[in-house]
Design a protein around this ligand. Structure first.
Ligand SMILES: O=C(O)CCC(=O)C(=O)O
Ligand SMILES: [Fe+2]
Length: 208
């Protein structure tokens, strides 16, 4: 007799699941922007992180910076709507987000953009997701975080005090309303010793 095909207690305990989205809390930022935050949306996220940190086709992007071409300080993986996501939990997450936000958004979240922050030197600078319709129309960007906690900072376009949303393993944050036009967001670098973090961003098609 072999035990090889029996699920162990460990496997059972590690199954990733989604908590009810009803627990999400909305923060109105002003200027028609809001952020929904649900820490611990995904329970048992370790197995999802394991898959995301594997060989799923991460690539380094390069950008022109003045005279020089430099590496963007994070790895990227883009899933157009038709490509199967690397873990079924992520497919379920998109379905649940669409069930919850569909009536308010009026269209589905389709694409999944992923960022891998290898350590505290990786980051994303202040920006709004304004490629496509985010430039001119209200939209939503839903982000699920896996791995080491990193804060998402938001500040009003044109200046003002910044807000800080800690994003830990399994946490959900949704930026909605005018957020991409009237506010900017970033993931700052840190000198603290942090492990890798993967963010999965769901967006409607035509928003990036
Ligand atoms: O990693 C995050 O949570 C944010 C990523 C982001 O803002 C972007 O890729 O547009
Ligand atoms: Fe962004």
């Amino acid at each position: 007799m072999t035990l090889a095909h029996q699920p162990s207690m460990w496997d059972l305990a590690e199954q990733a699941t989604l908590e009810p989205l009803a627990g999400v809390v909305r923060h109105h930022l002003g200027r028609g922007a809001w952020v929904d935050h649900l820490p611990g949306w995904v329970a048992g996220s370790d197995e999802v992180l394991d898959v995301l940190l594997g060989d799923i086709g991460w690539r380094e992007d390069r950008r022109q910076m003045y005279e020089r071409e430099v590496a963007v300080p994070r790895l990227l993986r883009w899933y157009p709507g038709q490509e199967e996501l690397p873990h079924s939990l992520l497919t379920d997450a998109r379905t649940e987000l669409n069930r919850h936000y569909g009536p308010e958004l009026g269209e589905p979240l389709v694409t999944a953009g992923m960022c891998l922050y290898r350590d505290g030197r990786d980051s994303v600078a202040w920006h709004g997701d304004r490629i496509g319709r985010g430039r001119s129309a209200d939209t939503m960007v839903a982000i699920v975080s896996f791995g080491s906690p990193r804060p998402l900072l938001l500040r009003p376009v044109g200046g003002g005090e910044s807000l800080r949303f800690p994003l830990g393993h399994g946490d959900l944050v949704v930026m909605g309303g005018s957020c991409q036009r009237t506010w900017e967001h970033c993931i700052p670098k840190t000198t603290k010793p942090v492990g890798p973090r993967v963010s999965v961003q769901f967006r409607p098609s035509g928003v990036a």
